[in-house]
Structures are given as C-alpha cells and as structure tokens.
Design a protein around this ligand. Structure first.
Ligand code: IMP
Ligand code: MG
Length: 172
C-alpha cells in the first residue's frame, strides 16, 4: 500500500501539547475523567494524558458504528462500556478523529444521561467538510481535508494504527 504523510509526528506532538495545556488550565480543581474511544482513540489518549499536569482518571469505551467501514451511520453500538460511576464527574471524551460527528454526538448524549457534571469533547483530527451534525468540539485538533487517512490510531481494515504519523492512502 502506498501512503503519503499528511500530518507529521511533530505537528501531532505540538497540537497535543497545546490541547493538554488548555485542558490543565480549564479543569483545575475539578474531578477529570478522560474517556478514550476505542480503538482509534488509544494513541491520542496516551499522548494527551501524559501531557496533562493534574490528577485525573482514565476510562475506555468501545463503540462500533453500524454501516459500511468508511461511512458512519450514526447508530452506535456500545461494545464495552466504562467501568466506574461518573456521576458528578467532569468527563472529557477523547477521540482520534471527528468526521460526520455522529459518533461523538451520540457519546455526548450518552454521557449526559449518566449524570456527569459536564461532558466535553477532544479530537486530535477534524474533517469539518464531512460534518452531518452541528457539534461543538471543545478541544479540536488538526483540520484535515476530506480524504481517507490512517495512522496515529486510525485504521484501514484494522491495520496501520501504529504508524506514528497520519497518512493518506494513495493506492492499495
Ligand atoms: P464520525 O461518527 O463520522 O465522526 O466517525 C468518526 C470515526 O470514524 C473516527 O473516530 C474513525 O474511527 C472513523 N473514521 C472516519 N474517517 C476516517 C478515516 O479517514 N480513516 C480512518 N477512520 C476514519
Ligand atoms: Mg474512532
């Protein structure tokens, strides 16, 4: 498969540091729970968490969206839910990429219904051209064009999540 680097390691690091600084400042004195969205969110969460300079806890949720592999349908199935009670906590959902926005929109509603003090969203990459729902991403990362990308957590048929940069797939 032929890949072209779209977002470098340095750009990812710089943006992650910037978001982590804002998060550290915004959540002072609050009980912060980072909720990583599996599988894609695991790399960004690991990098972000190590740059946030305050106490926090970490949870994971695993979701799968019905529909084809490249188009999300908005109907989200919870494969693995979080393990602890987040009532009254400040939840920050950590995702690899916001595309149509349907997944994060669903998850935001789900966590709001769990009685959290507050639910915010962080995504390291953003494809704004693809948005289907009007959704506020509180900690939004690098804007990318409407192209299929892999790496830094993002997969193509399960592979390439381990690439340290974000790449466009040129040909199979
Ligand atoms: P949304 O519900 O359309 O915002 O879906 C976002 C999710 O779809 C991301 O978290 C990814 O898991 C997946 N996704 C969207 N675009 C891409 C892509 O270009 N490459 C790999 N996965 C993608
Ligand atoms: Mg994802």
């Amino acid at each position: 498969m032929k890949l072209k680097v779209l977002v470098s390691k340095e750009q990812l690091e710089e943006k992650t540091s910037e978001l982590a600084q804002r998060i550290t400042r915004d959540y002072q004195g609050k009980e912060l729970v980072l909720v990583g969205v599996l599988k894609g969110g695991f790399i960004f969460l690991a990098d972000l968490a190590r740059k946030i300079d305050m106490d926090l806890t970490i949870e994971f949720i695993s979701v799968s969206s019905y529909g084809s592999s490249t188009e999300s349908s908005g109907v989200v199935r919870i494969i693995k839910d979080i393990d602890t009670d987040v009532t009254g906590k400040h939840v920050l959902i950590v995702e690899d990429l916001i595309d149509t926005g349907l997944t994060l929109n669903y998850l935001k509603g789900l966590f709001n219904s769990k009685g959290c003090a507050n639910v915010k969203l962080a995504a390291i990459m953003d494809k704004p051209d693809r948005r289907k729902v009007d959704l506020k991403v509180d900690y939004s990362g690098i804007v990318i064009p409407d192209e299929f990308v892999v790496g830094y957590g993002l997969d193509w048929a399960g592979k390439y999540r381990n690439l340290p940069e974000v790449c466009v797939v040129l040909e199979n």
